[in-house]
Design a protein around this ligand. Structure first.
Ligand code: GAR
Length: 208
């Protein structure tokens, strides 16, 4: 089995999905780290007897100091994969480079559309009829790393940012554990800024 560390900032519903589906797969969550002391996901981890750690970004004078502390704490657990699950801090290039090919993120949009924040409202404002979520390797380009898998949802006239977030998260809880499982089975890797699944290049849009 493969040891992974999960980074969170909030609710941790994706963490919960990873916890719940862990018995079916070859990954083992060895620690959950939050930059927010009050993140509800910390309680989810404790409930599952997973060690937790808070690295409060507010206690650091700059991004480099925070990222260095974060890196030290992660590396203490010697994970083979770092999983960002609603981790809401921008990471420095040095940090990202340290985990090249072994850190993944989930972003609530159909990348390359809507990098950054407030994706659900931006989808509504644009009048899009499709929306979704993307799992990708983390590279120095913010929300721009190679795509592993996406899930698509349809947007109706009645949708609000809240209903879209619910629909998107329902899909996230399916595709994120799947991507982590692939990596933990060593089926998935990043090479030359591209994704390989079973040695096959993933299409730029990912797969369903
Ligand atoms: C998820 O929808 C995830 O895609 C998003 O935050 C939510 C966290 O929910 N991530 C980002 O916006 C990253 N920029 P969770 O804490 O319940 O897993």
């Amino acid at each position: 089995s493969m040891d992974i560390v999960v980074l969170i900032s909030g609710n941790g519903s994706n963490l919960q999905a990873l916890i719940d589906q862990q018995p079916d797969h070859h990954y083992r969550i060895v620690a959950v780290i939050s930059n927010k002391p009050d993140a509800y996901g910390l309680q989810r981890a404790q409930q599952a007897n997973i060690p937790t750690k808070v690295i409060d970004h507010q206690q650091f004078t700059d991004r480099n100091a925070f990222d260095q502390a974060l890196q030290n704490n992660i590396d203490n657990f010697q994970p083979e994969l770092v999983v960002l699950a609603g981790f809401m801090r921008i990471l420095t290039d040095n940090f990202v480079r340290h985990y090249t090919g072994r850190m993944i993120n989930i972003h609530p949009s159909l990348l390359p559309k809507y990098r950054g924040l407030h994706t659900h409202q931006r989808v509504i404002d644009a009048g899009d009829t499709e929306h979704g979520t993307t799992v990708h390797f983390v590279t120095e380009e913010l929300d721009g790393g190679p795509i592993i898998i996406q899930a698509v949802i349809s947007v109706t006239k009645e949708d609000t940012a809240t209903t879209l977030a619910q629909k998107v998260q329902q899909q996230e809880h399916i595709i994120y554990p799947k991507a982590v499982a692939w990596f933990s089975e060593r089926k998935l890797k990043m090479e030359h800024n591209k994704c390989l699944l079973d040695g096959e290049l993933l299409p730029p849009q990912g797969v369903q």
